[in-house]
Design a protein. Structure first.
Length: 120
């Protein structure tokens, strides 16, 4: 005996769509502006008094860009899975949005630490 398929909630579909738009905008703008973060390394030099830690700077970009990619994969795969199982979908782009904000925030903190900026 087969069970009739449960229709998707309109509120869930609208929330999922709006969160996907927010994820695309925040991720796109954050990724674009992360390209300008290299200007923070202007104070780095090749001399003995170089304040920069290049390992931390590289980790900052890896965290930011890797986090953007991870957020996209998690949100896309989760949404596809939720659609196939006919379950709530809006959680997945929301999780992706949180991952984007965390990745860009941690990346910014690492970059500031790597170039020796002290805001205190």
């Amino acid at each position: 005996m087969t069970h009739p398929e449960k229709p998707s909630s309109t509120a869930d579909t609208v929330a999922t769509t709006l969160l996907w738009i927010a994820l695309a905008v925040v991720g796109g703008v954050g990724g674009f502006f992360s390209l300008f973060a290299v200007m923070a390394t202007d104070r780095c030099s090749s001399g003995p008094d170089d304040p920069c830690n290049y390992t931390t700077i590289n980790a900052a970009f890896a965290v930011a860009w890797g986090g953007l990619a991870l957020a996209a994969v998690v949100a896309l795969a989760g949404t596809v899975w939720a659609v196939s199982k006919r379950t709530t979908k809006f959680f997945w782009p929301l999780i992706g949005l949180v991952l984007v904000v965390l990745a860009l925030g941690v990346g910014a903190v690492l970059l500031n630490a790597g170039v020796g900026m002290d805001f205190g």
